[in-house]
Design a protein around this ligand. Structure first.
Ligand code: BGC
Length: 710
């Protein structure tokens, strides 16, 4: 692709200062069609005659460094007789600080751009403009830009152009745009501007968002604007940034003369609060507006209830997804990570696929997973692989099996399975090759029940047996390979034998479960032989703990399911509606506007549990929404007829709420299920776009497309 064009870069490494590239274009007649094809190493913003081309923020997106996506824009409307095209580049995801491996894996690559303009004149003539030695480059007004560290923009810098350097980077890196693009999605206006006890001027947007902002002001040339960003205030009400760790998240702007407005161009921040370090005039609510960015995914899922606290949790889950679906599923959007942590995506994919249409989004990310999976089958901890060494653990690498399977169930398209099947099998092969004990997954470093609050002091890993967790995920992933293999008419006998052997070995080896998470996964993944006893044990543990959970990343997504599947739905509701620490609603009561990474992000004394691993925008525990959609409101997909071609609706109501409702816009139409407490019984309102089995109090009703009341 772009075979006649050359990769062009600034002649030397500009570090975090952004180079700008320029080309003059004169038209020879009236234009019928004009198309720009462009991509870059690093992120780009392209302008024609000072107008931005397209609305893709952080183009060309975050992919494995083995590929870059090319975008195609219709530029006819921007053209004049004489034109000037300019493109600014940053280090972006490819080479910026976020890529911990860039200097090791890509030592000689500078940010570079490659493009082609096709002009079709009304008289039929065609003209092509390619990126090549005829372009010029300069340093731009962006004197620093980095995803972690923010942006500095200096209007006093003037551009001074010189020849570009042609680079011999391969054209084979270039692929067509695959996923949905990142766009400006929502404006969030300041809620209040106030002074902290330390005298800091702070703008509160009342919502933790991912994105940037636009400033508007009247200033003199050389005046400075300087902002810092935070998600929370400390217990004294002062600005708190320690949880951003090494991410500087700065914004500095040197003004020009007059009325002006400005937005950062090549970075994004995770924030609820902005501290105004410097502003040349009085700052008012009209001076700044926040702009939320995320991938252009359509909202499809809605939850609502009679409980305002629960509704706030639902809202926080949606904001958590918006803030972390910025081209890839990230762990968090603010500190020095913002990576595609596989475990986080694995636990959240089901909820994600109900809340929004993420089919194409995951298709793209799973392509990068395939590309960055090692030859041995290991699936790195983060995808795209920009982090440390190639290693990972159970429940993280399993994103390679769980995500394609869920995307298939929600959207019903076999293509994702065809594309991922080999990678799924390789992952099983990898576990089989590294385990110390055959038919278990032992002897490897693991993440365990990450952030489980039964963790021993000083550890992030919950108290659950890490080898047990790993072995159960080995079993689970093998079961998914069997299901997918059968759908694709593959011979899966060897996986069936493997499954039987793993199950047998796990049952022989792990006879007792000592933590909530161990019980949960033993139940949910059909490892427990005496489910009655194990579910009783789990219920007892939870009750003894004041009807409160202790689970981390591994146990939490299945906790309520393990209870409701075994006759403890009311206890599941107790956990969902629990307001004391640790619980979902605890964070809501503490004022959360997104989902916290740690149950104890802020304790009841207002202190932070840690400054190290304490994001306030981490979607993982938002995975509880899949229980609300699938069990509380009871909307279930059918494996044999995925994509809601057939549906089971089996609500599980409780008298602890007056009503609850769920709605999902599926490819076949809207499915919704709501129940209302009416005296001693419940009224159910159901709408379905497909053949559906409605199960109320164990009684089955077969219905066709339509709306029903039970
Ligand atoms: C990330 C997590 C991730 C974990 C695994 C953290 O730093 O933010 O969400 O899954 O590391 O170790």
């Amino acid at each position: 692709m772009l075979n006649n064009s050359k990769w062009i870069s600034y002649p030397y490494d500009t570090k975090f200062a952004c180079p700008i590239f320029k080309k003059s274009i004169s038209l020879n007649g009236e234009i019928k069609r004009a198309t720009l094809k462009i991509t870059s190493i690093g992120c780009y913003v392209a302008c024609l005659n000072k107008k931005r081309i397209g609305d893709f923020i952080m183009a060309p997106g975050f992919t494995s460094t083995k590929r870059v996506q090319m975008q195609t824009y219709d530029i006819k409307e921007l053209l004049e007789k004489e034109n000037e095209m300019k493109v600014i580049l940053s280090q972006g995801w490819y080479k910026g600080r976020i890529n911990w491996r860039a200097n090791k894996d890509l030592p000689h690559r500078y940010p570079a751009l490659i493009c082609e303009i096709e002009l079709v004149y009304k008289n039929g003539q065609r003209e092509y403009i390619y990126s090549d030695e005829s372009w010029e480059c300069s340093l731009s007004k962006i004197t620093m830009s980095d995803i972690y560290d923010g942006e500095h923009f200096d209007n006093q810098m003037s551009e001074s152009y010189s020849p570009v350097k042609v680079q011999d980077y391969p054209h084979s890196l270039i692929v067509n745009q695959q996923g949905p693009i990142v766009k400006e999605q929502e404006i969030v206006l300041p809620h209040r501007i106030f002074k902290t006890p330390k005298g800091e001027t702070v703008i509160d947007f009342n919502q933790n968002i991912t994105g940037y902002f636009e400033i508007s002001l009247d200033a003199k040339a050389g005046d400075r604007v300087s902002f810092s960003f935070a998600e929370v205030l400390d217990k004294d009400g002062s600005f708190y940034t320690e949880n951003y760790r090494s991410a500087k998240a700065e914004f500095e702007y040197i003004c020009r003369d007059g009325v002006q407005s400005h937005k950062p161009l090549l970075t994004f921040y995770g924030f609820r609060y902005i501290r105004v370090n410097e502003f040349p005039c009085e700052i008012t609510k009209d001076s700044v507006k926040a702009i939320a960015l995320h991938s252009d995914i359509e909202r499809t899922g809605y939850l609502d209830s009679s409980s305002p606290l629960l509704n706030k949790l639902f809202k926080n889950i949606i904001w958590g997804q918006k803030g972390n679906f910025l081209d890839i599923p990230t762990d968090c959007p603010q500190r020095d990570e913002r990576m595609g942590w596989t475990g986080d995506a694995q636990v959240f994919v089901k909820t994600a696929s109900y809340n929004f249409n993420v089919e194409k989004f995951f298709e793209k990310w799973l392509t990068d997973l395939r590309l960055d999976q090692t030859k041995s089958g290991l699936v790195p901890s983060v995808i795209p692989q920009v982090w440390g060494d190639d290693w990972s653990g159970a429940a993280w690498g399993d994103a390679s099996t769980v995500c394609p399977w869920q995307i298939y169930l929600t959207y019903g398209n076999k293509d994702i399975l065809k594309k991922q099947y080999k990678s799924m099998c390789m992952y099983i092969k990898y576990i089989t090759s590294v385990t110390k004990d055959k038919y278990l997954w032992t002897g490897c470093e693991q993440y365990g029940d990450w952030l489980g609050i039964d963790a021993p002091a000083g550890s992030y890993k919950g108290a659950s047996d890490q080898d047990f967790i790993a072995s159960v995920f080995y079993l689970y992933s093998t079961s998914l390979v069997i299901k997918v293999g059968k759908i694709l008419s593959k011979n899966v006998e060897k996986y069936e034998r493997l499954y039987a052997n793993i199950l047998n070995k796990i049952r022989k080896t792990y006879k007792e479960y000592k933590t909530q998470t161990e019980c949960v996964i033993a139940l949910f993944f059909d490892v427990a032989e005496d489910k009655k006893a194990v579910s009783r044990q789990l219920a007892d543990m939870i009750i003894k703990n004041g009807k409160r959970l202790q689970t981390g990343f591994v146990g939490t997504p299945y906790l309520l399911h393990a209870l409701s599947q075994n006759g403890y739905s009311e206890l599941a509701y107790d956990l969902l509606l629990q307001e004391n620490y640790p619980s979902w609603l605890y964070s809501v009561k503490q004022g959360a506007t997104t989902i916290w990474e740690h149950w104890d992000g802020v304790n009841d004394k207002g202190e932070f549990w840690s400054k190290d691993m304490n994001s306030f925008n981490h979607y993982a525990y938002g995975s509880v929404a899949d229980w609300v959609y699938g069990v509380a409101c009871g909307i279930k997909t059918v494996e044999e007829k995925p994509g809601f071609e057939e549906i089971i609706i089996e609500p599980t109501p409780t008298k602890k709420l007056s009503w609850l409702s769920a709605k999902i816009k599926t490819k076949r139409g809207v499915v919704s299920s709501a129940w209302f407490k009416e005296g001693d019984s419940f009224r159910y309102e159901i709408t379905t776009p497909s053949d559906t089995t409605v199960i109320i109090n164990g009684k089955k009703h077969f219905v066709k497309k339509g709306s029903y009341v039970f």
